[in-house]
Design a protein around this ligand. Sequence first.
Ligand code: TXA
Ligand code: MG
Length: 301
Amino acid sequence: MTVDLNKALYEFTQGRLVVIPTETVYGLAGDATNDLAVAQIFATKGRPSFNPLIIHVSSIDQAKELAVFTPLAEKLAQFWPGPLTLVLKKQPHAPISPLASAGLDSVAIRIPRHPLTLELIRQFGKPIAAPSANRSNHLSPTSPENVRQSLGDKTPYILEAGSCHVGLESTIIDAQTNQAILLRPGGLSLEDIQEQVGEILKPSNHAVTAPGMLKKHYAPQAFLRLNDTQTRTGEVLLGFGPMASTKNLSPKGCVIEAAANLFKLLHELDNLNPSTIVVAPIPEDGLGLAINDRLKRAASL
Ligand code: TXA
Ligand code: MG
């Protein structure tokens, strides 16, 4: 395992990318103020260029240099560092490559909860743009092995730090007004957020289409069939709770454990080249909502 913070810093100053560990998933990171570095992120991912990136910072003061904080955002910032991204109005002269926010006047910001990456951003002193470190339409990587498998010979220097603790991307909340709007379920549960800020509008009762809500964003190569436990020849079963299965998200039926295992196990099953990955029903509570959201996207063709 190689962990060389100075090497990572040097790569950033040269406009090159570094794969960074976060508590959610590994990120494909570059200097957010450097257009070429940001372009390199899109190129490496093969990502549609209208999909804006999350900007990672190491302190709330740094976040405020880039984005306008509403009272709602002030409250939500208590979850930082952590698996929460806030979409806010961009400060007029925020030094962020327009490509990073895909030309929008808003910006998605978070402070990730990983000591190595926090120290890296702190020492670099500039904001870091980082989508998940996978090729577009592939699964989000929760280990250095997943990154290499997805990015292949395009893989830049990786700050290796083992498996990601949360294993699911950050929850994204639009906090541009004082009404929280959910743009993407993720690693911080809605229940936890609602406890602090009251009702959150969801896309079902609010016509929001974040670019990230695009279907077919998280897809394995195999077909997916959800909410089933029966397999035919050539199919594999991703179980949940006590049951016979090829792999099990959480034999004890815990959605947090299932979230941490989701991408890893989908990768492992996909590597078996099955015709279909059958996925057992997963309850909708807590992180189950985000898991089912990911699965539905992956299942949609
Ligand atoms: O956990 C995470 O959030 C990981 C780690 C690396 O931090 N990052 C991640 O980034 O998942 P990415 O690029 O895969 O997802 C970013 C999402 C996209 O769905 C994008 O559409 C949305 O954030 N987004 C970014 N800026 C936005 C904006 N200004 N308005 C609405 N959505 C935005
Ligand atoms: Mg992604």
